[in-house]
Design a protein around this ligand. Sequence first.
Ligand code: ZN
Length: 264
Amino acid sequence: MQIIDSHCHLNILKKKQGIAETLAEAKQNCVVGMLNIGVDLETADEVIKQSELQSNIWASVGVHPCHCPIEPMSDGDLEYIKTLSEHPKVIAIGETGLDFFHTKPEDSQHQFDYFIKQVELSKMLDYPVIIHCRNARKEVIEILQSHKATKGVMHCFAEDWQTAKAALDLGFYISFSGILTYPKSIELKEVAKQVPEERLLVETDSPYLSPQPFRSKYNQPAYVKHTLAHLAELRGTEVTEMAKITTQNFERCFNVKVQSSLVK
Ligand SMILES: [Zn+2]
């Protein structure tokens, strides 16, 4: 079985657990690849360097809505992302999006600016864009629609079916995290049953959002198998089949080929 973690933060996880141990545990748990996600430009280099460690580790570059300065995104920063995106292991832009959990929409002009510019850049580069959406489903979908985004991933999906449907209609993939395994995620479990098979992805968002049964512990790519197993159970599919489906979806979404194991 080959499982891909479509969203993790190895550079943040490494503060809790060494990268060699992380990759070894992943391998032991059939997690043969991962997309290492950038959240700011200060750590972008490190995120890309980690993707060079093994063949099935890839990277994204971008600025997370909770990491963007309270000012418009500069041309220099956009240019920098563009330069970094030329690295052979960089396969996506983001994560970007809107987060109104900490700041109200009316105080978030900077988030809108960073989001729109990164969506436009992803289109120009023809890369999928990784979307972070928290308490902002309406605004996120409106921007993706009005800017005619067609390629990307709704990461750590925890919204309603209407939002999933709108993202699917644009051509986006829906990535489920440990949130799916929580007993209280009743509505989300129903959404997960309805997403077309060819648009499903699984992720950890590690070191955050550990799935059951590790909720009190930090998360790591190895644990994505618990989310995968839960998704398979919800949909009445074999785990091995669900692994195959999500791995093929990852390859199609990001236009990459997953090698048979985590080799250099
Ligand atoms: Zn993330």
